[in-house]
Design a protein around this ligand. Structure first.
Ligand code: ADP
Ligand code: MG
Length: 438
């Protein structure tokens, strides 16, 4: 196997931003003396931990899919001597109990920073972790992208495993694939034994159940069986159950049987605390003014804040320079420009249409119903804010004759944001989705 083969596998499995910035640097060193060990080199030590916590599973999957092997993966700085193999292996074995359930061991309650925006979700999850199947069943967590839903879900999973429970963590897409595969191979007993016999079932991103009728049917029975047996079910979603389109009512109502808790974007203090925590975990030292600057200028998601920290650190070390405010400012400016270059008008239309439950073609049509007019206004507002297109560009793209109606729509949207809390939330949620679209 070559670096190229492994990278092309990883490229499909990861976001393009992560791939281009970090994973592309991985260099696979064939280790002829030991085929149970796969060594990768990178040229920047700060991304080693980051790749390990985020992408170790995908790198392992690459080996398993490409040649069926299951080597221990080690990532090291180019030129650095390899640690003793015993050391690596014993660490790997410790991780393996949770890896079999695909849980990331670094997602723990301890590493989760609690603030007003996520307090309720945290408390509920922690309470359920201590008494699974007894308190709130199911527990349903919802909120925007990159705000910590998966982190909490997996923290609960890790906690439950430590307490001897059997845990299954899957995204709803994995559940669906598993289900389809079992039908094809006429192996439903195995599927049912797996999902209906665990103590704790964690399902991530359940909104993708939308429109999948057969999977909904199967999940309905899985849910009932587990619930009857007082086994714990926890789900996450980007929206609350009643807002998931294409979901049968009996599931919607069941999702609300226990407790639903939301996670909001963090306020300034929480962002500062998160930045402090993440830099501590990654061994990065930041001045107060740099921390404040990042916290004040990034509001989209914690995932994004993490990405910026890694970038700041990486570029300081490449330039062999201290991390200071100027460096942070330049980097963020560059990042915002890059982001704008990367967002296209059709993406905005597709995401807004999906979220507001209309057809993308309606937005470019002449329809004037209130729903369509509102969606068009949202598209115009976000297009102006998140892309480099001018007002005439946007007018032309939407098939509108004159761009004065663009500025009129933007003015109106600004008014609504001021006085209509619901509109403001919709915009914030969509902005988050568009920026994190990969
Ligand atoms: P979501 O599933 O909601 O899209 P994730 O759980 O994947 O978001 O979180 C994105 C990143 O942000 C993860 O690396 C996670 O560790 C981090 N994160 C989110 N919320 C917090 C928090 N309150 N404290 C510490 N890290 C957090
Ligand atoms: Mg998630």
């Amino acid at each position: 196997m070559t670096t190229k083969e492994i990278l092309s596998f990883l490229k499909q499995e990861t976001t393009s931003i992560d791939y281009e910035r970090y994973l592309k640097q991985l260099n696979y060193k064939k280790n002829s003396s030991d085929e149970n060990l796969a060594v990768f080199e990178v040229s920047n030590k700060f991304i080693i931990n980051w790749i390990k916590t985020k992408y170790l599973t995908q790198i392992k999957n690459a080996f398993e899919s490409l040649n069926g092997s299951k080597p221990t993966i080690e990532i090291k700085l180019a030129g650095e001597r390899i640690k003793s193999k015993k050391d690596i292996i014993s660490k790997d074995q410790k991780a393996s109990a949770s890896e079999s359930t695909m849980l990331n061991p670094s997602y723990s309650f301890d590493n989760f920073v609690v603030g007003p925006s996520n307090q309720m979700a945290y408390n509920a999850t922690y309470a359920v972790a201590k008494k699974p199947g007894i308190l709130y069943n199911p527990l349903f967590l919802y909120g925007g992208t990159g705000l910590g839903k998966t982190h909490l879900l997996q923290a609960l999973g890790n906690f439950a495993i430590e307490n001897g429970k059997s845990v299954i963590y899957v995204t709803i897409e994995q559940f669906m694939n598993d289900f389809t595969f079992s039908i094809k191979n006429k192996n439903m007993e195995h599927f049912r034994a797996k999902y209906r016999k665990c103590d704790v079932l964690l399902i991530d991103d359940i909104q993708f159940l939308s429109g999948k009728e057969q999977t909904q049917e199967e999940f309905f029975h899985t849910f009932n069986e587990l619930h009857n047996e007082k086994k714990q079910i926890i789900m996450t979603s980007d929206r609350q159950p009643s807002q998931i389109g294409g979901l049968v009512d009996r599931l919607k109502s069941r999702f609300e049987w226990g407790l639903t808790a939301d996670i909001q974007p963090p306020g300034l203090e929480t962002k500062i605390a998160i930045i402090e925590k993440k830099s501590e975990l990654n061994g990065i030292t930041l001045d107060r003014d740099v921390i404040n600057y990042i916290a004040a200028n990034l509001d989209n998601s914690i995932r994004e804040i993490e990405g910026v920290l890694i970038r700041i650190n990486a570029s300081a070390s490449l330039l062999n320079q201290e991390i200071n405010l100027e460096l942070a400012q330049n980097l963020l400016k560059e990042q915002i420009k890059e982001q704008k270059d990367n967002i296209k008008l059709p993406d905005i239309i597709a995401i807004v249409a999906a979220e507001l439950n209309i057809k993308p073609s309606d937005i470019k049509s002449k329809k004037r119903t209130a729903i369509v007019a509102n969606a068009r206004r949202v598209v115009i507002y976000l297009a102006r804010e998140l892309t480099l297109n001018s007002m005439p560009d946007i007018a032309k793209f939407l098939g509108m004759k004159d761009h004065s109606s663009i500025s009129h729509n933007i003015k109106k949207a600004n008014e609504l944001i001021e006085k209509d809390e619901n509109f403001k939330l919709i915009i914030a949620n969509l902005r988050n989705k568009i920026i994190n679209k990969d």
